[in-house]
Design a protein around this ligand. Structure first.
Ligand code: NAD
Ligand code: MLT
Length: 535
């Protein structure tokens, strides 16, 4: 799916379960496991790989993605993508896949474990007893039953935490502006505002991704809103908390305790907050169970393998069309749309400013994929950089090419029709094609002129006066030049004009396209000749 050289070696840059590695082996992919690799070494060896697997420690930023000149897919074995620059990956045409659900049960269970340990001061009592002390009165805890628990974020982890807390006879509140109220109702949860959650909850547990909107969600103002003696749990991301505000809240007694699995900087350099007596903590262990590590490895590696095999239908986070479709259904349509786009692009002399993809009789599930394939087709002959299905819409936008998709009713005369119309400031070319079967696609019109040919290989588009002898002269000239004709399609555009598409075999000695065009234009009756090569 990428115009980059097809390198399928995989670099596993962080620990990955044996089950995941076995899938790479079974797929016949060569791979290197280099957990703990230094940044310098990573940057220097990354050009040798087509796939990269990371967890949360490796910063897959623009620098690394750009250094990975053969990189086609990054697999993030986990949920959070805060260590992957997805925007840069998209611009560079690198697919990003993650494991959105493999570790959510473990993360939810860890959140509960931390919450209970926090309320009952289990870590502090454990350390004290191991030190030879017996201080029963020092570790009096708090019951969970009857408390109001506020969950910030009610996605995969948050909703599982809610389901697991329900039998503990707590009141559940949640804030999540992106989920439908019905989902909260199903979980028996009241959706409330963030203000209400912070002012009513006895225990607050964070479960949102790290985004600009959630950065320092727990800050000085929010701490001020909290009830006296509130407990805070964060097994989501360190960036959700302003550490200074948390520290002050713990010191003042407003916050009775905090359970932290995640930190702004990992591993942390500053241990002041971690060392606070009211803080219990784990080193980002939410997903660290045998089961979760197996699941995320399998989920990630299976998608990585599929992506490296060229399938554009993996559930990638940066694919510009819905993922998960049936590739057997979609690929023939995408091939047709791509070929129509590539042909139109090579027929248009000037830079295109607008691409219009009109689709009739195309199944709804593949329409968007067809449009992206057409745009990639349009850009491929015109871009020095690698264009693929991931970055085609971004490159189009960067080049000021507007894209429109028109879904029309059943076409006349065909079961289906895909037309790509490309306009520059002063001209316009259009190519229409149809799919007869999964394997048989045909171009059926160029600039509205009916003509039928298979879109592949080297084609010469000729416009000529509709007078006797032209076809013969073309054949003779190509014969003189040692060029074999593989196919010849003719069409009459008006009373006096005609057009032809000649499919030729590329001579082993190569094809001097300028010389061939000049020879054809020198023939009587030939008005225009253009050589088009489909990739
Ligand atoms: P998710 O995408 O399924 O759920 C996140 C929820 O947060 C969504 O429902 C979303 O609507 C909501 N949300 C987004 N912005 C919000 C905002 N401003 N305010 C309130 N809600 C908001 O993700 P998930 O799988 O449930 O993961 C939740 C968090 O847990 C993520 O940060 C993830 O990285 C982290 N996580 C940590 C571990 C670990 O090892 N500690 C393991 C798994 C997940
Ligand atoms: C995740 O985002 O999946 C978790 O934080 C676990 C991890 O990073 O390994």
């Amino acid at each position: 799916m990428s115009a980059r050289p097809k390198n399928s070696s995989v670099l596993v840059a962080e620990p990955l379960s044996e089950t995941g590695l076995a899938i790479l082996s079974q797929a016949g992919l060569s791979f290197d496991v280099k957990a703990g690799i230094s940044r310098e070494e990573l940057l220097s060896i990354i050009p040798g790989y087509g796939g990269l697997v990371v967890r949360s420690a490796t910063k897959v930023n623009r620098e690394l993605l750009a250094a990975g000149t053969n990189l086609r897919v990054v697999g993030r074995a986990g949920v959070g993508l805060d260590n992957v620059d997805v925007k840069a990956a998209t611009e560079l045409g690198v697919l990003v896949v993650n494991a959105p659900s493999g570790n959510v049960v473990s993360a939810a269970e860890h959140s509960i474990a931390m919450l209970l340990a926090l309320l009952r001061r289990v870590p502090q009592a454990h350390v004290s007893l191991k030190a030879g002390e017996w201080k029963r009165t020092q570790f009096v805890g708090t019951e969970l039953q009857g408390k109001t628990v506020g969950l910030v974020g009610l996605g995969q982890v948050g909703s599982r935490v809610a389901a697991r807390l329900r039998p503990w006879q707590v009141s559940l509140l949640a804030y999540d502006p992106y989920i439908p109220p019905e989902k909260a109702a199903e979980l028996g949860i009241n959706l409330v505002s963030l203000d209400e959650l912070f002012s009513r909850a006895d225990i607050i547990s964070l479960h949102t991704p790290s985004t600009a909107e959630t950065a320092r969600l727990v800050n000085e103002a929010r701490v001020a809103q909290m009830k006296e003696g509130v407990y805070l749990v964060n097994c989501a991301r360190g960036t959700l908390i302003d550490d200074t505000a948390l520290f002050a809240g713990l010191d003042s007694g407003k916050i009775a305790g905090a359970a932290l699995d995640v930190f702004v900087e990992e591993p942390p350099k500053d241990f002041a907050l971690i060392s606070h007596p009211k803080v219990i903590c784990t080193p980002h262990l939410g997903a660290s169970t045998v089961e979760a590590q197996d699941r995320v490895a399998v989920e990630t590696v299976e998608m990585l393998v599929e992506a490296l095999s060229g399938s554009p239908f993996v559930a990638a986070v940066n694919l510009p069309f819905p993922a998960g479709g049936d590739p057997h259904t979609a690929l023939p349509w995408m091939r047709l749309a791509g070929a129509a786009g590539e042909l139109a692009s090579q027929l248009l002399k000037e830079a295109p400013v607008k691409v219009e993809v009109s689709l009739s009789g195309v199944p709804p599930g593949v329409q968007k994929a067809c449009t992206v394939a057409a745009v990639r087709g349009v850009l491929t002959p015109r871009c020095a950089e690698a264009v693929n299905l991931v970055n085609a819409p971004t490159i189009a936008r960067q080049r000021g090419l507007s894209i429109s998709e028109i879904v029309e009713g059943g076409p006349e005369g065909f079961a289906n029709l895909v037309t790509v119309t490309l306009s520059s400031a002063s001209s316009r070319r259009s190519v229409s094609g149809t799919l007869f079967s999964e394997r048989h696609c045909r171009i059926v019109a160029v600039d509205g002129l009916p003509m039928e040919f298979t879109p592949e290989g080297n084609l010469i588009f000729i416009e000529n006066r509709d007078v006797p002898g032209v076809v013969g002269r073309i054949g003779t000239k190509l014969g003189e030049l040692g060029i074999n004709i593989a196919d010849f399609a003719l069409a009459r555009s008006s009373e006096s004009r005609a057009a032809a598409v000649v499919k030729i075999d590329r001579p082993e000695t190569g094809l001097d396209e300028d010389a061939l065009t000049a020879s054809l234009l020198g023939l009587p009756g030939i008005l225009a000749a253009r050589i088009v090569t489909l990739s």
